[in-house]
Write a protein that binds this ligand. Structure first.
Ligand SMILES: C[S@@+](CC[C@H](N)C(=O)[O-])C[C@H]1O[C@@H](n2cnc3c(N)ncnc32)[C@H](O)[C@@H]1O
Length: 345
């Protein structure tokens, strides 16, 4: 069985930030109106699998097609069971990449454990080089954390790693329509910090989201974003970036609101998405999840990864494109390059 698939695993995990654009929605909105549609993420979910069930599934990853597990949330590093889960995933022979808000990296026991466990990549989210703007886009729930703490977390991990190659440390930036210049500004900041890789990704919101009009790119925003991406690839050195074809995909994605056709999609073949309730989807695209027929709905509860992913019919011509698809390409196609210590531009 070839080992070539990526698992994006969303864990139950409250986050110190309350980003109003978060894929998980906001606690405030969901307290008012808990989501009822299939596959809609929520920080308030009451149906999450217990840690024992997650660990049992992690043990079955050995010998399965899963090559890499990208752990996200919520905030995975604030949830006590996460580190033990990472240990099991590493023991199963998978690469592990963590998506984090960066704050837990300011706690030395966390960074030391990530290094000791041999975590392969740590992707830290930062949405603006300007502290005030970042903290407006990614507001702290308690008012106690923000931009300076995220930078301190990145520096702490890089310092603790020292001369070792792993984990590779990256910055992920959600690009919104008001600030295309963040694309290159953040690359410069990432270079100054000494991180290894950088991925700007377009904001993905459904048209009924209350921030859709304010934050989502429109057709008239495309030239400025395209120019920024061209500069990013022409001017960046010392930092690994997704393959240059990513810039083309990014621009194509923000040029349309339609459900375009994605030829040869890897969803369901080389990418799977696990939600905190254990449900398994071919990819995280809300359109794809909504279109999954009941007989294709699966769960990791009491399941074995070797059989769960034994049959992997690709969505060869997916007609359910969403901007979220763009954010999956680096996870599946570019991660080997981003984690490769020799691949710096
Ligand atoms: C949901 S967060 C979870 C991990 C962690 N709490 C963090 O802040 O990175 C994973 C990534 O998704 C990004 N993200 C969240 N909502 C998004 C959206 N609507 N569009 C694009 N990216 C989004 C975040 O900025 C972050 O880089």
């Amino acid at each position: 069985m070839p080992r070539d698939a990526t698992l994006l695993w969303g864990l139950r995990s409250p986050c110190a930030f309350a980003c109003p654009h978060c894929y998980f929605g906001t606690i405030e909105d969901h307290k008012q109106a808990p989501p009822t549609e299939i596959g809609v993420l929520s920080h308030l979910s009451r149906a999450d699998l217990p840690p024992l069930a997650l660990k049992a599934f992690a043990r079955t990853l050995a010998g399965s097609p899963i090559e890499r597990v990208v752990i996200a949330g919520g905030e995975p590093l604030d949830w006590p069971p996460t580190l033990a889960l990472i240990e099991l995933v590493k023991e199963a022979g998978c690469q592990v990449v963590i998506a984090t808000n960066g704050i837990p990296l300011t706690r030395p026991p966390v960074t030391q454990r990530l290094i000791a466990l041999g975590v392969d990549g740590v992707s830290v989210s930062l949405d603006s080089v300007d502290a005030h703007t970042n903290d407006r886009l990614r507001p702290s729930r308690s008012g106690r954390f923000g931009y300076d703490d995220v930078l301190a977390g990145v520096r702490a991990l890089l310092d603790a790693r020292g001369d070792r190659h792993a984990p590779r440390v990256g910055i992920y930036t959600v690009v919104m329509r008001e600030r295309p210049q963040e694309i290159t500004d953040m690359a410069h900041l990432a270079g100054r910090l000494g991180v290894d890789y950088y991925v700007p990704q377009p904001i993905s919101l459904t048209p009924d989201h209350k921030l859709f009009t304010e934050l989502t790119h429109r057709r008239e925003d495309v030239p400025a974003v395209a120019e920024q991406l061209a500069r990013l690839y022409n001017e960046t050195s010392g930092l690994a970036l997704p393959d240059p074809s990513y810039a083309r995909r990014f621009v194509a994605a923000i040029s349309t609101q339609e459900s375009g056709l994605v030829p040869d999609c890897f969803g369901g073949a080389r990418l799977f998405f696990i939600q905190p309730d254990g449900s398994v989807w071919d990819c995280p695209s809300d359109r794809r999840i909504a279109a999954t027929p009941p007989e294709r709905r699966r769960n990791i509860r009491d399941a074995d990864a070797r059989t769960l992913f034994a049959v992997r019919p690709a969505c060869t011509n997916c007609s359910l494109f969403s901007r979220d698809c763009v954010n999956m390409w680096p996870l599946v196609l570019d991660m080997p390059q981003l984690l490769n210590a020799e691949a710096v531009r």
